[in-house]
Design a protein around this ligand. Sequence first.
Ligand code: GLU
Length: 272
Amino acid sequence: MNRNRRKKTARWVIKAGSNLICSGGPLLIRAWMAQVAALRFDHQIEIIWVSSGAIATAVDRTHFKKKTKSLSEKQALSAIGQPLVMDLYNIALQSQGLLGSQVLITYEDLASADRRKNFQNTLEQLLEWEVTPILNENDAVATQEIKFGDNDSLSARVAKVMKADRLVILTDVHGLYDQDPRKHPEAKLIQELPGVSASLLRKVALSSGTAAGSSKGTGGMYSKISAAKMASDAGIDTWLIQGDVPQVLNQIAKNKAVGTHILARKNKARVG
Ligand code: GLU
């Protein structure tokens, strides 16, 4: 069945960062997957989940000491951590009566038209079967030059390719602030943005910490705002939000004012 025949179903791409996966562990993933089930069955929203945390989980599990890692060390760590992370998702989904699936992709898989089509077909089939796709970059084979680099960018590209309605980036800060909340306690959370302008992107890049960067993953606030820009420009609403807030996904489904909501720009330019 293709998506046009399932008109009533909305589609979200949700991305969870490494810090959350490591600090929240099995309990947080269980809470998320319970919400995935509720979104699917109570709100008719199908979910494509993007999870980081493979390398960080392997580092925790193997007590890997070095701070700077070579490419081959990162690749090997990702191969250790990826199945450990997937174990948590599979168990959590099964407790909701759902099945999970693992899809690992590289930048080339979305850049090449043929491979992109295969990716789209696989995901459409999984969604039709009501199986939840859990995506990550295929770090074990991705080279430094041809890498998404961070899962924020990967999730925005996937949202475009899969014609998602919303992109939700779950992170360990409440959202985007008007100034660095670590230095300025009076900093205010920006609840809504009409889109991401080039000047905002520059400001975030310069202030390297309008909110905390990530200590375990590769993406900081800049990569999140860049991802939000890509999604918003393609007509996709994006939320940047703290991922361990109870019922965070259900709150977004109910259109509560949570996190930072970056509105979709009117012109929809989706990748075919
Ligand atoms: N793909 C990396 C991992 O699973 C994470 C990349 C990122 O931090 O965005 O470890």
